[in-house]
Structure formats: structure tokens, C-alpha cells
Design a protein around this ligand. Sequence first.
Ligand SMILES: [Zn+2]
Length: 516
Amino acid sequence: MSLGVQKDAILRFAERNDITITRWFKEKQTAAKSGRPVFNQMLKALRAGKADGVVIYKIDRSARNFFDWDRIGKLADSGVDVHFATESLDFSSRGGRLSANIQMAVAEDYVRNLSIEVIKCQRNQLERGLYPFSAPIGYLNNGKRELKTIDPVKGPLVKQAFELYGSGQYSLHSLRREMAKRGFTKPSGEPRSKGCFEAFLANPFYTGIIRIRNTGEVFEGAHEPLISVELFERVAEIRAGKSGKKITRHNHLFRGLFACGRCGRSMIPERQKGHVYYRCQFRECPRNCIREEPLTDKIVEVLSANPLSDQVIAAIDKKVAAWAKKHDGSDDTRTHAMRMAQLDARLERLEDAAIEQIIDADSFAKRKQKVLLEKAALETARRKTARFHQIPGVIRKFLERLKNLAEHYIFAEPAEKREIVEIATSNRTVKDKYVSVEPSKWLKETRDALAVLSCPHHRTTSRTDHNRTQDEEAHLERLAEVAESPDVARLFDLFMDGYRNAAVDKGDCQHDHDSP
Ligand SMILES: [Zn+2]
């Protein structure tokens, strides 16, 4: 039926029923696949109270499937007047609704028949383990009849999302934030929607199984799975609220954080007689099992090994100040500004010359690029100079906070503890009763720098002293990089969360990270 005819029918209906049409919504017939954006817009506008009701041309226009139908039904329940231009249906009465439901079922059947040929072809592919629809996030489309392959960028991120959620330490909300930090965002850089997470966490495609949502049919996929069935089921249980709540967060403290020193598999927590044990469940390592307490002790030991007395901090402060002064080049700032103005003027003259056709397009492009490159180099130099103004403050703050790393850990909430462990330590293994934990790369580098920089200067002029100055400068540079790194920023964010938590009275004002 052409749109003109539909519009006429709606207008006539509106006239008969004394309805004023304030806005038209027109969905393309092919919009079913793309999630029917106009239909959704219409529902949104109605829910927002933009109109008293809606006139729909015909039932199969309003609802291609039961899901849409259900949403229209809910709309009617919430007090919106739902009219159909070509059917005499009274949506507000029970009989009217029933009749509408029957017509809807007929419409659904009709639509289904239309696409039966498409379905035949799809079924053929499904039976061969191919997924004839667009790839779920984390996989790549390789053409209509080709296997989906794991997206080298998003695939590992989707896997991480399953693992994090499966740890029981994350709500959907905190998972979204964490994954955004790890780079799993919309193209705009915003966190992906809750709906996106809900959809992929419930999609068994990632375990190698193809499930058709509408019909519930299941096919064995030929694509490479991204996660284990076990992990998928754990996630499903947590989603359903069956798991994760019963086991206290404390049980999970080191879940996935320690590896078996014999086979490298993850140490799995379990609760026995009031104690939490971590055990390697590989049958070849039957005795590799340890209580949680020695793990905690080891973590605290590694975190507290920062030799940062007030004297050390003061000594390093001095060296940082001298180093920054040497490089900050306050005189340079003016030179930079002048040089930048010169380049801008040159660019302008160049553009004028191009407009007046004194130079041809080709040489204009070449010369312009040269100026732009010079500008970029200058900007880099300027930023480097500016950085040296701030660095003494940044390093001092970093060291003072680092001094209390172990204390912060001890008083942190379990989820924060896990993050501190992940950021500040590495190579966590258990072999028999021996626990091994190393400081993470940045923490190790910081300690190396501290060891070198906390030695007092000897006033000699030997060659070794020259080497030593160079060595010190390299450590200062590294210290500055660490102090400005995202890992350290995140770590101190956690500390600040800790302070906020301590500042409120926990009895009646629980700080909830997950409230929107
Ligand atoms: Zn093992």
C-alpha cells in the first residue's frame, strides 16, 4: 500500500474521531532489521507525553513482531490512546485488545511467510555452522557466506568483559565503566550501553553456539569460540542473581589473580570450615592449595616495601627541583610564542599566494605541509617545557601517596583491593606453600629510581660522576613518566574513593558506586 493511501486513511480516521495529528512517523519497510528507529522514536515521544495518542494505519504496520506489539500494548496500558485507521478496534476494552492480538498474530504469520525463501537459505547456512547475520561484537564479518572470525581488537575486550563479570566483582554498571577504561567504547568514546552488555553477555555465540533468539533454535557454530562454556554459564548465573550474591565478596578477593606455580592455571577459591582456600584444580597438581591469609600477607609485604622516609622524599625532592629547573627553560616560553606567530604569518602569506595564484596547488600543498610540521614540532617542544613546571609537584604527590600504599590497601574495599593488586603487582604464583608476588613494572622502576636517587651526592668531578648524573637523569625521567601514567592515576583515584568512603558514616550512608 502506498504511503499516500495510508496517510489519507489516517487523516480520514482522525477527522471522524476529532483527532488532531501533530506529527507523522514513517518507517521504511526494510527498517525491521535495523531495529526500526522511527518506531522507537515514536514510542519514546509518546512515553514522554508528547501526544495523547497515536493513529496507526494497520496492525502489521505497527508491529512486525510480538515484541513491538507488546510495547504498543504497554503504551495503551499507560494511558496513551492507540487507534488503528483501518480496523475498528477499541484498545481500551478487553475484547478489543483480544481481537487486536488475534489480528496481530495473523499479521505476524503473513510477514513470516513473505520471508520464507530468505529463511530457507539462512537455515542452510546455519546447518553448516555459519551465522547468516551480522557478526556479534568481538567478531568480524567476512562476507555473507564466510565464517565469522575473532576481531583482534574487540575480541579480547569482549573476553575480558566476560571474565570480569564472571569474577562476581562487577555490576553491569561498574563493568561498563571498567571496560570503557580499557578502551571498549562506542566510536564516539562513550561507554557502550547497558543494553549492549546485556545482549552480548547473554549471547552463547561466544562459546561457539548459534542460538536464534526468535525461535530459540540452537546450531553448532563453525566459528572459533571466544570463551569457555563454563565461563558463559557462570556469567548467566550471576546475571540471574543465583550466584555472586550468596558467596560473599570476600571469597572472591583473589579470584583469578594467582596462578599455580606448577601448571600456570588459575588458583580457584573455595570456602571450607570458615576459611577461604585457593586451589589448583588441575589433576596433576593435587596438593597445590593455600589459605587466603598468606596471600594477603605477601601482597601487603610487597606493597609496603617502599623505602620512603621523610629524608628520602626531601632528598629526591631536591634533585627533582634541580632537574626540572635545568630543563624548564622559562626563557624558551617567549621564544616559542614568537616562533609560533612567525609560522602562522607564513602560513597566511602562503594561503594568500595560493589564492592569487602566485604559486600552483602542488607547491602550495608541499610548503603548507612543511610549515604545519614545524608547528607540530614546536608545539611538542613547548609542551615538554611546560611539563617541567609541573613535574616537581607531580612527583612529590606521587611519592607521598606511594608511601602509604600498603595502608591504603589494607583499608580498601574488596573490589578496590583487587584493582590495587592488579595495578601494583605482577607474576602472582603459588607453589606448594610458597607464595611469590612481584611488584608491577612501574613499581619496580620506581624503586630502582628511589634507590639511585636517595644516595647523597659526593662532590667530585670524576668521570664516574658524570655517568652517575646521566644515570640519575634517566631515573628522574622514568619517575616522572610513572607519576604521570594512567595506572598510577587510577591507583590514586582508588585512594580518593577510599577517603570518601571513610568520610561518610557507613552506618546510614553507604557509598554506592553502582547507583546511577
Ligand atoms: Zn596446577
